[in-house]
Design a protein around this ligand. Structure first.
Ligand code: GUN
Ligand code: FE
Length: 417
């Protein structure tokens, strides 16, 4: 089945280059991009044309770090520092996911809103609860989103209702992998919460699963100074924070998504860069729990792979297009404070939110030949009044657009309803 989508097409060629195609056609065969052309070639004369002219066609967004179980608590407890916020708000909230009725209501709403806001690729933390995690996995698969879903691991420094027995935590994770590997669009991901929540024995056991099943990993790394002080008390024999993950194979054997990375040591930077680690910048969350300001531009200049995350519920809102704007804003504050030499460009931040995130799932997040046609159609007519080009319209959507502007969402060429 070949279709042509007409509109103002824009996507990231790489970190520093947007490709912009004014009033053009994107030709899609069996859900993948064949080519982008200004005029329809003769051979395509009879194909079905979906006319979005005047609208922007952009790649679907990728949220590379968020907690589905924290969706109800967004915008609450925002006066707390990270560790107090976890204890006072997040752990009580996560305890409720033992109740499947509660979990289903929360995950249904979460998924609906994720899709509404154009996040069609996501790497998601759930809670320690198997059944609720299984429910979210199947729901996302049914909806056709591309996602990693990680049943969380946690066996210390948390309330008894959330404290896993080490052996059971590893066994449950293995079962989660075995029961969900080979999903069409959703895959399991190993998810130790952060070093404070996990004993060395647990991290070691999870590392064995990574090596055995070649599954990706996600966790939090170097998020706040208080967190890092606690980590060095708990793990005094390690000299930098990623060392324990490197030692047990949670870095270096598969995709590793490291959320926050605000206070990386030189050695962390070397480890991540030499093993293809991916740092997930979550600017709203970092501000809300007073964690800090990520040195995103400086890290990007070391060659680090950067992506964006909403980090719901540390982050208060789900739109990744807004994280694009916030990442640029935070980078400007760092320059003003003399902490960085340069700011991020919108082009870079948009690349993090689309192509860099999408490529963690395969050929997604861009419209090169062979890439999945996972796309959004943006109608920005209600902002009319300025005569501006497509890249300026893209920036404006990131700053002031919302789900009302997203009038169609495609995954593998299929319109989502
Ligand atoms: N560190 C450990 N757990 C969490 C969490 O749920 N959210 C954030 N932002 N940081 C964490
Ligand atoms: Fe988080």
């Amino acid at each position: 089945m070949i279709r042509a989508y007409r509109g103002d097409i824009v996507y990231s060629a790489d970190k520093d280059e947007l490709r912009v195609f004014d009033d053009s056609y994107i030709i899609v065969k069996a859900g993948k991009v064949l080519e982008i052309t200004k005029k329809l070639p003769q051979e395509y004369k009879n194909l079905e044309i979906i006319d979005h002219s005047g609208k922007m066609i952009i790649p679907a967004f990728s949220d590379m770090h968020l907690h589905a179980s924290q969706y109800y608590q967004r915008g609450v407890g925002m006066d707390r520092l990270l560790l107090d916020w976890l204890n006072d708000y997040t752990f009580p909230q996560e305890s409720r996911f033992e109740d499947m009725g509660y979990a289903e209501r929360a995950y249904d709403l979460f998924t609906e809103d994720l899709i509404n806001h154009g996040t069609l690729h996501a790497s998601i933390f759930t809670t320690i609860h198997y059944e609720a995690s299984d429910y979210l996995f199947n729901l996302l698969e049914r909806k056709g989103l591309y996602a990693y879903v990680g049943k969380l691991n946690m066996n210390q420094n948390c309330p008894p209702s959330l404290r896993e027995n080490t052996k059971d935590s590893i066994l449950d994770t293995e079962r989660f992998i075995l029961e969900h590997q080979g999903g069409k669009t959703v895959s399991p991901i190993i998810t130790p919460r952060f070093a404070i929540s996990c004993t060395e024995e647990l991290i070691q056991g999870l590392g064995s699963l990574v090596k055995r099943y070649k599954v990706p990993v996600q966790t939090h790394l170097c998020e706040s100074e208080e967190e890092m002080r606690t980590v060095s008390t708990l793990f005094p024999e390690y000299s930098y924070d990623s060392e324990i993950y490197l030692k047990y194979g949670l870095i270096g054997n598969s995709l590793s998504l490291m959320a926050h990375c605000i206070y990386l040591d030189e050695k962390d930077i070397k480890v991540l860069n030499s093993h293809g680690g991916v740092a997930v910048h979550c600017p709203d969350s970092n501000i809300n729990v007073t964690a800090g300001l990520m040195p995103s531009a400086s890290l990007a200049d070391t060659g680090m792979n950067l992506t964006l995350g909403s980090d719901i519920g540390g982050g208060h809102d789900i739109p990744i297009y807004r994280a694009v704007a916030r990442a640029v804003q935070v980078s400007k504050i760092r320059v003003q404070l003399g902490l960085d030499q340069r700011k991020l460009s919108l082009t870079e931040a948009f690349y993090f939110a689309t192509r860099a995130g999408g490529e963690c799932f395969g050929e997604m997040g861009a419209f090169d030949q062979g890439y999945h046609f996972n796309a959004l159609v943006i109608d920005d007519e209600r902002f009319r009044g300025l005569e501006i080009g497509i890249s300026d319209r893209l920036e404006r959507f990131c700053y002031i657009g919302d789900d009302r502007n997203i009038i169609a969402r495609y995954v593998d060429g299929k319109l989502l309803d």
